[in-house]
Design a protein. Structure first.
Length: 740
């Protein structure tokens, strides 16, 4: 017995020492496979499969998403897509890839089809890289009953043509249309020749002849220096990674050699993806190196590499060390507990209430974060959101190692249930400074589960609302700030930094904003909203203030939050202790929103306190197309339009905007109030993220100047046959009979 205890202790110490420097596999909470990287808005996302614990085959039920901004600390976004997302699918959620186009995210998957009884290619779509995703078609994009339709890869070429490839043991291809959910022509197959892939297809090989290589599965299509590159799992079982090159996606393809040769990855399959991020090139693959892992329990890993001078791939070998950080990590914010560089013992789960959280916490488990920048010592409190059924435990916060300096100890008592969350606080005994690794070490009774952990943060010594200056305060005469209020939770405020010029005679009109995808943070729209505020507006946006321009992760916003914004604005104007006391024009309030936020605004349009409505890249769904809406969106009927009692502006992205038909249908139904539909052909994403919000900010702010400030000069952009917008490059404008 003593010998077994000694062996177990040695194994745990070894795992702890590996965790102090290892980066691979970079997800330890679940088995993950078939990584597909995608870079969007400064964040690296990786879409993966999920091998079930203890599986004896590729029994996979869902897909998962992880993201990072420094390549070492990864955030688990849970499973926004599963077999249950596709009514036609019943098994084998195998390899996939996601790509962005026109502000939408298209996730191509393969799964077993109830219809054809074979594998099929499907596609899901979302407004956000982390979902929620929905089946874009309600049926497979392609199926014919065969079993070789697996492992899709998607690539959008420089000319805008999108290509979809997949297959084992041959490569199929489709030319996708601009909508990314339909295709042109018939399904084709790349010729499987020795010159192209190292050997011909299996049924054409000569018995007894040795070939230099062979395509198996898992294609990844990319392009470098004008040359197309197709990476793939090769060689049979076990697999290595090879690639071929061509002057066009259709060939002729030429075998180019191995990239990742056979090595001791403890997995007999491999599957790769490549991406450039922050000036570095990364190669993603999978291994079987987690405890209890293997060929059916795989784990995603990543290596940094440099292309050869001619754009070809070097030899890339798997390592346990992984990659170096490309940024630091701030602890002075709310950190989702499922963000980690390495962990031992813990799992993650998710629900509608809190999103993803850390669970299965036992004595001796830990979470590590890497390259954490404490700056000058200023932390005062350590806070964490926890839930425990009975006995609780404690969180020890250490720097540098599990036995490094103790920063804080947070005691967790039973909260009454595993979903009964409480926010607890502990004093920081010795505030660190500079850059360190950070460890959350979990202690308690040996054996039972201790508690769940949703988020944590280190709070600075001086507590005050977070305030940021964006784009030098905007281009307007009233340099703006982005801030928050302690008495208005889950909202972000944009306003002039200097309020001294505003009073009862010169008051701030109000814009109440709802975010795209019903995000509970305006992180995608901050440039646009900040710019409007710089022209003398109080902007109150739904959701938490963005920190470090990180995408928000968590439950969706609600329609009630816009009403809360209006209530708060009115109360602030009447509160003598508020800096906005008697500085707000509460008679001029515009409710507005983008995409899902536009639906929220239309839901709230009857509020009598509203004096204008602005709907951006949005419109109400007809009964016929309501099924294409993302789950969780408000879905008021078209009859809701009759409740609008103010002028309304529809600001749309032209015919490629997925909301174009709904928005224009709304506009053509409105005859009882002045209505304008303005279109700029930029698609669903608008220009919100462009410097100072781009053209959408110019037009929106000018319309607000007219509607909320009575600016006659601003009205000229919209009034008359030859109004300013009609002659502004790229724009088209339509007006109803109530609007001259």
């Amino acid at each position: 017995m003593k010998s077994k205890i000694r062996q177990l202790t040695t194994a745990l110490l070894l795992l702890t020492s590996i965790g102090s420097w290892a980066q691979n596999p970079f997800v330890q909470t679940w088995f993950t496979s078939d990584p597909a990287p995608m870079v969007h808005d400064g964040t690296m996302y990786v879409y993966t499969g999920h091998d079930e614990d203890g599986a004896d085959f590729f029994w996979m039920q869902e897909w998962r998403v992880y993201s990072t901004t420094d390549m070492v600390n990864w955030t688990d976004h849970g499973s926004p897509l599963a077999l249950e997302s596709f009514r036609w699918a019943d098994d084998r959620a195998w390899a996939s890839q996601c790509v962005e186009r026109d502000g939408k995210f298209f996730w191509y998957i393969c799964a077993h089809s109830k219809n054809s009884k074979g594998m099929a290619i499907g596609v899901a779509v979302a407004d956000s890289p982390t979902g929620p995703f929905r089946d874009a078609l309600g049926k497979p994009l392609y199926e014919d009953g065969l079993w070789d339709h697996i492992d899709p890869t998607v690539f959008i070429d420089d000319d805008g043509q999108a290509w979809l490839m997949w297959g084992n043991p041959r490569v199929y291809y489709l030319k996708l249309n601009r909508d990314m959910v339909s295709y042109e022509g018939e399904v084709g197959r790349l010729p499987m020749t020795e010159e192209a892939f190292g050997s011909p297809s299996m049924d054409e090989r000569v018995k007894g002849r040795t070939y230099k290589d062979s395509y198996v599965e898992g294609p990844w299509l990319t392009k470098r220096g004008g040359k197309y590159q197709l990476l793939y799992a090769a060689g049979g079982v076990p697999e290595h990674i090879s690639y071929s090159t061509a002057p066009s996606p259709l060939g002729p393809w030429t075998y180019a050699g191995e990239i990742m040769p056979l090595s001791d990855t403890k997995s007999f399959t491999n599957h790769c993806g490549v991406a450039d991020y922050k000036g570095h090139s990364y190669f993603f693959y999978h291994t079987g190196k987690l405890p209890q892992g293997g060929g059916f329990g795989r784990s995603v890993a990543v290596e940094e590499f440099k292309y050869n001078a001619d754009g070809s791939f070097p030899t890339i070998m798997p390592t346990d060390e992984g990659v170096a950080p490309v940024g630091t990590f701030s602890p002075y914010r709310r950190v989702q507990a499922e963000t980690m560089a390495f962990s031992r013992g813990v799992k993650t789960e998710q629900n509608r209430r809190v999103g993803v959280y850390v669970t299965d916490i036992h004595n001796g488990d830990y979470i590590k974060l890497q390259n954490v920048d404490f700056g000058q010592a200023k932390g005062q409190k350590f806070l964490a959101r926890v839930a425990s059924g009975l006995r609780g435990g404690q969180i020890e916060v250490h720097t540098d190692s599990l036995r490094g300096p103790l920063v804080a100890t947070l005691r967790v008592n039973g909260t009454g249930g595993w979903e009964d969350w409480q926010t607890l606080t502990a004093d920081i005994s010795a505030a660190p400074s500079g850059i360190h690794d950070l460890y959350l070490s979990f202690k308690g009774r040996k054996g039972p589960k201790l508690f769940n952990l949703d988020w944590w943060e280190i709070r600075q010594a001086v507590e005050h609302p977070l305030t940021r200056v964006l784009e030098d305060g905007g281009t307007g005469p009233c340099k703006a700030i982005m801030t928050e209020s302690t008495d208005l939770k889950a909202h972000t405020i944009f306003r002039p930094a200097d309020l001294s010029a505003f009073n009862g005679q010169n008051a701030l009109p109000v814009l109440v904003w709802g975010n795209g995808a019903c995000n509970n943070s305006p992180f995608e729209h901050v440039n646009f909203l900040n710019e409007i505020a710089s022209y003398g507006y109080l902007v109150v946006a739904t959701g938490y203030i963005p920190e470090d321009d990180m995408p928000y992760r968590g439950p969706m916003s609600t329609t009630e939050q816009q009403i809360e914004s209006i209530d708060w604005v009115i109360s602030q104007n009447e509160n003598p202790s508020s800096p906005l006391y008697h500085k707000i024009d509460v008679k001029n309030i515009c409710i507005a929103g983008m995409s899902c936020g536009g639906l929220q605004s239309l839901f709230n349009c009857a509020d009598p306190r509203i004096s204008a409505v602005m709907i951006c890249n949005s419109g109400l769904f007809n009964q016929e197309n309501a099924g294409s809406a993302v789950g969780g969106m408000p879905m008021p009927p078209k009859s809701k339009l009759a409740e609008i009692h103010t002028p309304i502006l529809y600001l749309l992205g032209g015919k490629t905007d997925i909301a174009y038909e709904n928005g224009m249908d709304d506009f053509h139904r409105i005859s009882h109030v002045p209505a304008i539909a303005a279109n700029l052909p930029v698609g669903h994403g608008g220009t919100y993220a462009q410097p100072h919000g781009g053209e959408f900010a110019v037009v929106a702010r000018t319309w607000l100047d007219w509607q909320l400030k009575g600016d006659k000069q601003a009205a000229k952009m919209f009034v008359g046959k030859n109004c300013g917008l009609a002659t502004r490059q790229g724009w088209t404008i339509e007006k109803n009979k109530k609007q001259k």
